[in-house]
Write a protein that binds this ligand. Structure first.
Ligand SMILES: *[C@@H]1O[C@H](CO)[C@@H](O)[C@H](O)[C@H]1NC(C)=O
Ligand SMILES: *[C@@H]1O[C@H](CO)[C@@H](O)[C@H](O)[C@H]1NC(C)=O
Ligand SMILES: *[C@@H]1O[C@H](CO)[C@@H](O)[C@H](O)[C@H]1NC(C)=O
Ligand SMILES: *[C@@H]1O[C@H](CO)[C@@H](O)[C@H](O)[C@H]1NC(C)=O
Ligand SMILES: *[C@@H]1O[C@H](CO)[C@@H](O)[C@H](O)[C@H]1NC(C)=O
Ligand SMILES: *[C@@H]1O[C@H](CO)[C@@H](O)[C@H](O)[C@H]1NC(C)=O
Ligand SMILES: *[C@@H]1O[C@H](CO)[C@@H](O)[C@H](O)[C@H]1NC(C)=O
Ligand SMILES: *[C@@H]1O[C@H](CO)[C@@H](O)[C@H](O)[C@H]1NC(C)=O
Ligand SMILES: *[C@@H]1O[C@H](CO)[C@@H](O)[C@H](O)[C@H]1NC(C)=O
Length: 746
């Protein structure tokens, strides 16, 4: 699932793209925001900017020149801090001011803006300055209420701006009518806000240098709500797109889509109908069901959420629909706890299990899915939780919509249109098959998580080692050396090798990744097993058990074996003695891992004489003396597909303290002081397993068509880790059935 097949072609362009994606830095350090007018300044309107870091800690300056505001924030890596601006920073009516909010960070961050008042909010993603442009068309969700837009200069120098209005308004004593142009200058850090009852959709903004443009409504009237703030930062014409997938959010059927053109005779195909738009003209319709939009020239598509299908009343929000441009596979986003929060994911990926939302496969969430022409949406309920979230897909790009619904107040924004975004913190492994050999990129964090050195990463020939480049370990895989084998499979030439991460001076591999460059992606793997483990022992008046858990919480026992694990996974092990006698104690005296239950000559000591031997072993403090818990990083043995864990447990009674159980780990030189076994109630040998490695789902055929020209070599990476290998086709079906059953029970 997480560690799954990746296909990459021989196409040089594609290869460059992938390498670039992993190793090059992206700038997303400077932002320009404004606090657009919210309907009632007296009611405590405020703007919360959420600043989110990725893999590096940030020092961020947030400033406004007049009224003066200056705050420096030190934000740890992978965290989010808010900055709140009160009503004095809010733009008021038709106004030229110096209330531009600039955000400057020393490393990549994301900025989310929530414009809030009790009972009305909207949110937007703030674009990095690289995404700002010099030509915009305004969309306002009117008519009949206070439409508004703002043009902000985040730079120090003066910028000339021409605004050609599509509606009527008064600005500092001057009257403008449709078609009139207002030429003015914005000095450094100045922002101008225009406000009118008239509709402003189609108004054109042109500037001598990039500006930030925001649009919305101060007091919008929805079908069931009055006076609701709406805002969104607009995308400049240079970032518009030509193909869009529209999925109704929250099962709505009356939300309003607007498509605005910038070029003469823009052909718009929607709902099997052809429309022709001129610059600044727009097509507006209610979105009853999923639809595709394709256009001959770039357009901007807005989505006004306003239906009342959700139980009860809730208010509108505005989102810009990102074009389906397929380049981003990882997002962090922010929600507020006051709302029922949702994420809708739009992708060409076929399976929910390939997405990881807050580190859990998406299929472990409750979701609603819709499909249209190879595109799919998943709407997932996130709950009433605030703070940062992460969503990740190993190899498919996707876009997201984030929204929060509550009676008479809601917010929404989208992500995916940005051209700059931080690199993935744990990028996927990538194998590039090139004419002279393969090049494998392994995220450095997988190596350090396994407590290995880069020099411990090698191919079948241990002298062919990886080298570190930034946060990636690069392993070159020549087709004729380093243990590479050339095979002929069904008439196709296939090159195979394996990347290992080996604990020095042992046979223990913490990383094992078979690499394969082949002509086609067609193979099946099988494995058979006969687990015969003893995970519970009942002796007289007590029962002693060994259980494995999926997470550190020790609340989700693994009940299905063989258990499939990830490359960078951990195992959570718990021992317990259950009895009516609360004076019992236990000690895990020894634990060994072995590739089969009977096989003792190839085994790896995890615990000996009560002492941790494995370097990744972590003991958890538990107050209950009848319980012991630990975790260890998964691993596997050379040439073996499975790993079993076998342990010896000593049971004592607290009436005999001090005894072997209270003694715990005994360093070697004290071993002759070990307490007599006469002080023990007994001992038990328990085993559990097998643990096998999880193979990912194959890429779907339709994705192959999207990304890989047909005549190329195709690489398949089978990424494995841990306590083992080999996925079972049968077993996968079994797991699927489990998930389906789970889904049905919900
Ligand atoms: C807004 O709501 C909060 C909590 O619901 C309340 O404490 C606060 O007084 C309200 N503010 C105004 C201006 O009504
Ligand atoms: C980032 O923080 C979240 C908690 O907010 C945590 O669940 C996640 O594991 C962290 N991610 C990384 C890459 O450290
Ligand atoms: C933030 O401001 C401090 C001075 O207050 C300055 O030294 C630092 O370079 C600024 N950081 C950024 C990213 O602009
Ligand atoms: C604004 O319009 C004037 C008059 O048409 C023109 O000379 C000027 O170049 C325009 N400015 C921009 C930034 O387009
Ligand atoms: C959409 O409909 C599905 C199926 O009826 C339901 O499970 C889901 O909760 C609905 N979504 C919202 C946001 O109401
Ligand atoms: C799409 O076309 C069908 C039939 O032509 C029509 O009934 C429907 O209202 C149209 N929907 C939109 C959103 O235009
Ligand atoms: C990594 O290698 C260096 C030098 O070869 C060595 O000093 C260090 O102990 C190694 N670290 C680990 C975790 O093995
Ligand atoms: C794999 O190849 C075999 C024969 O070469 C063919 O019968 C089978 O349908 C292929 N399977 C897939 C999934 O393409
Ligand atoms: C043994 O444990 C039981 C239950 O926790 C406790 O009541 C008893 O006092 C303990 N006895 C000794 C000798 O510590």
């Amino acid at each position: 699932m997480d560690c799954s097949s990746v296909m990459v072609g021989r196409n040089a362009f594609l290869v460059l793209l992938l390498i670039g994606h992993i190793s090059s830095g992206h700038a997303q350090k400077e932002f320009v925001a404004v606090f657009m007018e919210n309907f009632s300044p007296e009611a405590g309107a405020h703007m919360d900017l959420y600043l989110t870091t990725y893999d590096k800690a940030a020092v961020v300056n947030v400033s406004v020149s007049n009224p003066h505001f200056y705050q420096t924030l030190h934000i740890e890596r992978n965290s989010t801090l808010p900055v709140t601006l009160d009503t004095q920073y809010m733009l008021a009516g038709n106004q030229l001011s110096s209330k531009v909010i600039t955000v400057k960070s020393d490393v990549d961050i994301s900025v989310f803006a929530f414009n809030s008042l009790n009972y009305t909010t909207d949110a937007g993603l703030v674009l990095p300055i690289e995404d700002l442009g010099t030509e915009y068309y305004i969309f306002t969700p009117g008519p009949g209420s206070y439409n508004q837009f703002a043009v902000a200069n985040g730079a120090d120098n003066t910028i000339a701006v021409n605004v050609t209005f599509s509606g009527s308004l008064e600005f500092s004593g001057q009257s403008f009518h449709p078609g009139d142009t207002y030429s003015f200058s914005l000095q450094g850090h100045q922002v101008i806000q225009f406000q009118t009852f008239s509709e402003l959709t189609g108004t054109r903004v042109v500037s001598s240098e990039p500006v930030a443009v925001f649009s919305g409504n101060k007091c919008h009237y929805g079908p069931t709500t009055k006076c609701d703030v709406i805002f969104e930062q607009l995308e400049p014409v240079k970032n518009w797109g030509t193909s869009f997938v529209l999925f109704p959010l929250a099962n709505n059927t009356k939300d309003i889509i607007d498509i605005i053109a910038a070029s003469p005779d823009t052909e718009v195909h929607v709902n099997q109908t052809l429309y022709r738009l001129q610059p600044g003209s727009h097509l507006s319709f209610a979105l009853e069901k999923s639809d595709l939009v394709t256009t001959s020239k770039p357009v901007m598509v807005s989505y006004l959420f306003q239906d009342r299908a959700y139980p009860g009343e809730y208010d509108p929000f505005l989102i810009i629909v990102p074009p389906f441009q397929l380049n981003r596979k990882y997002y962090k986003f922010v929600t507020e706890a006051f709302y029922d929060n949702y994420i809708t994911i739009v992708s060409t990926a076929s399976s929910a299990s390939e997405f990881y939302l807050d580190h859990k496969p998406l299929d472990q969430y409750k979701f609603t899915t819709k499909v249209i022409s190879g595109f799919r949406s998943w709407e997932v309920f996130l709950g009433r939780v605030g703070g940062q979230h992460e969503i990740y897909h190993r190899f498919s790009a996707f876009i997201i919509y984030i929204y929060g619904l509550e009676i008479r107040v809601s917010y929404g924004y989208s992500m995916g249109q940005e051209t700059k975004y931080p690199e993935e913190p744990v990028g996927p492994s990538v194998l590039n098959c090139l004419p002279h050999g393969g090049e494998f990129l392994l995220p450095l964090s997988l190596v350090t998580d396994a407590k290995l050195n880069v020099s411990d990463v090698h191919l079948e020939d241990p002298t062919c080692q990886g080298t570190q480049k930034g946060n990636v370990v690069v392993i070159n895989v020549p087709f004729n050396r380093c243990g590479s084998k050339v095979l002929n499979e069904n008439g196709k030439t296939v090159y195979v090798n394996t990347v290992y991460g080996t604990v020095p001076a042992t046979e223990v591999h913490r990383i094992e990744i078979p690499l394969k460059c082949e002509m086609a992606n067609n193979e099946t793997l099988g494995w058979s097993f006969l687990p015969q483990v003893t995970d519970v022992v009942s002796q007289g008046h007590y029962i002693i058990s060994l259980k494995l858990y999926q997470t550190e919480a020790f609340t989700d026992p693994i009940t299905m074996f063989p258990y499939e694990v990830d490359l960078h996974g951990w195992l959570y092990v718990e021992f317990e003695v259950q009895s009516d006698d609360e004076g019992l104690q236990i000690l895990v005296e020894s634990c060994k891992a072995s590739p089969s239950l009977g096989n003792t000559d190839k085994s790896y000591n995890v615990i000996q004489e009560g002492c941790p031997v494995d370097s990744t072993l972590q003991l958890y403090k538990v107050s209950n003396p009848r319980l012991q818990r630990f975790s260890l990083h998964v691993f596997k043995f050379s040439d073996f597909g499975e790993v079993y864990l076998s342990c010896n447990i000593i049971i004592c009674h607290n009436g005999t303290t001090p005894n072997r159980c209270t003694q715990g780990c005994l360093p070697r030189r004290y071993r002759r002081d070990v307490f007599s076994s006469k002080l023990q109630l007994g001992s038990a040998s328990l085993s559990q397993g097998p643990i096998v490695f999880k193979y990912g789902e194959r890429l779907q055929n339709d994705q192959t068509l999207h990304t890989v020209p047909s005549s190329m070599l195709v690489a398949v990476i089978l990424v494995m880790g841990l306590l083992s290998v080999i996925a079972l086709v049968i077993q996968k079906h079994y797991y699927k059935r489990e998930y389906n059953d789970l889904e049905n029970r919900r």
